[in-house]
Ligand binder design. Sequence first.
Ligand SMILES: Cc1cc2nc3c(=O)[nH]c(=O)nc-3n(C[C@H](O)[C@H](O)[C@H](O)COP(=O)(O)OP(=O)(O)OC[C@H]3O[C@@H](n4cnc5c(N)ncnc54)[C@H](O)[C@@H]3O)c2cc1C
Length: 349
Amino acid sequence: MDQRVVIAGGGAVGLATAAIFARHGVKVVLCDAAALGDNASGVAAGMLAPAMETAFDVASAGHFRMLAEARDLWPAFAQVHGVELDFSGAVAVGAPDVVETWAARLTEAGAPFERLTAEEAAGLVPGIAPGLGGLRSREDLRLRSLQALAALRDSAGAHGAEFIAAQVVGWDGREALLDDGRKIAADKLVIATGGGHGLEAVAPELSTVLPIKGQIAQARDVIVDGPVLRGEGIYICPSPDGLIVGATMEQGRADRDVDPEVIDALTARATRLLPALDGAKFEASAAVRGATADGLPLVGPVVAPGVILAVGARRNGWLLAPVIANMIAAYVNNEDAGPLAARFDPRRF
Ligand SMILES: Cc1cc2nc3c(=O)[nH]c(=O)nc-3n(C[C@H](O)[C@H](O)[C@H](O)COP(=O)(O)OP(=O)(O)OC[C@H]3O[C@@H](n4cnc5c(N)ncnc54)[C@H](O)[C@@H]3O)c2cc1C
């Protein structure tokens, strides 16, 4: 590959793409004024969750097979780039009628799961509120967002990727213009700006990406392992960096303000599920997901010459990062981008 590519955006998608390009000898320059992790990718819980997203997120429910195939890329991708994965799976508990709804969605999607009695759930998640039965899935993996971002950046950097702390503000087909006035010559511009706006003049297709704000909280002193615990309107994600509870889905909101009342409601719901969290100290954060009308990302070339989009991954950006990065590599090499090309086509709206 004798190509030079500028990537706008250093989240999961931009960095995964940079890591793949750099390993294959493509000259890659990644531009992002934000610090590593100061974006949706850094705030995310890091669940790679085809099964539980199918059970809990109506917009994901029809996509189990696609999400599971995206998940299948992760173990080899993680090994190559030094991303640490957790294979403990996930448990979902709740009232019997709610559990039946989740079970029906999983069954319809063909997603494997096991039913759990309250005793079995308590055996898998010590400290869980008594009397809650549910489901278990071994389909779902997880990573630690900041570890993964640092690993991808290191992997790309070790193979020659260059990083510039500036925003891309323009593209004339041969050069990317940065907000500090620099111009970077390239064959292609990959726009991996998540839910971020500002490059619509380059790619009007970006205007179909709408924001969904997410607030999330982390108890840095609560170090547990085991499966992710899901309940109605809440997930509790163990992590060596401190347990994470999330997350809101605030359609149309593009700010990153933390609302203490919203966070209190989130942590109260988590504490009802896991009473041991009573009194835990939580740090809150917020970030913005980009989403399209059909819940699928925009990945591929657009009308503007040399521009490729990789945006709008909604609440599955970590899960989808390797498959999106592989598709971008195929587009840059003029190869077949695979079975998702039409479903993710940025010109479909
Ligand atoms: C609270 C929350 C929890 C989540 N949990 C999960 C989860 O468990 N699993 C999962 O798979 N997904 C999860 N997600 C979704 C996931 O975080 C996103 O889908 C994913 O991070 C998108 O990655 P990205 O690289 O496309 O965008 P981002 O991470 O948003 O990165 C985009 C980057 O582009 C930069 N940028 C913007 N404009 C420009 C420009 N003009 N030039 C240069 N750079 C620019 C920004 O500074 C930013 O760093 C969660 C999201 C939130 C908010």
